[in-house]
Design a protein around this ligand. Structure first.
Ligand code: F6R
Length: 241
């Protein structure tokens, strides 16, 4: 695991954004796995700046988002679909036909899981997968548990995740209680994984990721089994290591 520590989240955004831009310049039709939440926003901002400066074009990339809330219309301002268009897709030249999301409103999660896996495979797999990390060590919405699911599945969000995500909603009661998420094996098929973490509230999770035994009680610890993981975090997130 390659761990890089930066001063603050703006520097994380520059480092991670540059890594994505370099991947796209090297392979203009590459396949990116993307995440939502507060952490990747500076990265997406940097990608937008580079696009506007004429340094990179995203017109041939394909993207797959990692997860999506259930029971939230895709047009809702807090759906991950809306998040991606607001923070990235509407500001760059990505082809809207090539951005892919899980359908959080499906009534058949198993069929949706199979559809997504096939769509990813038909594009040759994910080249670079972006991940955040939950305060409880979740990746995607693979929450700490005695067992972790391999493939894309329906998950009941933990109280900790619901509380953490309530900052984006008017009240905690409005946060969806379920989501569809890519499973651990689906994530691990990516050729390269880039995990970002900023802020003191991620320090315990980063400490566990770097130092603890591998345990499903902290799903991020499994990342040390993947051959190509880069962790980019700030000093606060690294402060307990
Ligand atoms: C989002 C996702 C989650 C977040 C994590 C951290 O697509 O899969 O695992 O990455 O909850 O969220 P933030 O960045 O808001 O702290």
């Amino acid at each position: 695991m390659d761990i890089r520590i930066f001063k603050n989240e703006a520097e994380i955004g520059k480092a991670a954004g540059q890594l994505f831009c370099d991947a796209v310049k090297e392979n203009p039709s590459c396949v990116l796995g993307l995440a939502t939440g507060a952490t990747p926003v500076p990265t997406y901002n940097y990608m937008v700046e580079e696009y506007k400066a004429g340094n990179v074009s995203f017109k041939d990339i394909t993207t797959f988002n990692l997860d999506e809330y259930c029971d939230l219309p895709k047009e809702h301002k807090n759906s991950y679909y809306s998040f991606m268009f607001e923070n990235l897709f509407s500001k760059i030249d990505v082809n809207a036909d090539n951005v892919n999301f899980l359908d959080g409103n499906t009534d058949d999660p198993e069929a949706e899981s199979a559809r997504y896996a096939e769509a990813i495979a038909s594009k040759g797999g994910i080249d670079v997968q972006l991940l955040g990390i939950g305060r409880n060590g979740h990746i995607g919405f693979n929450e700490p548990d005695a067992e972790l699911e391999r493939f894309t599945h329906l998950v009941e969000l933990t109280p900790d995740t619901i509380e953490a995500n309530s900052r984006f909603f008017a009240s905690e009661a409005e946060v969806p209680k379920h989501a569809l998420t890519m499973g651990i094996h689906s994530v691990f098929k990516a050729r390269k994984i880039l995990l970002l973490a900023s802020g003191k509230n991620k320090a315990a999770a980063i400490n566990a990721l770097v130092k603890s035994n591998i345990t499903t009680a902290c799903p991020a610890t499994l990342l040390c089994l993947h051959p190509d993981v880069t962790v980019i975090c700030d000093e606060d997130a690294y402060s307990l290591v």
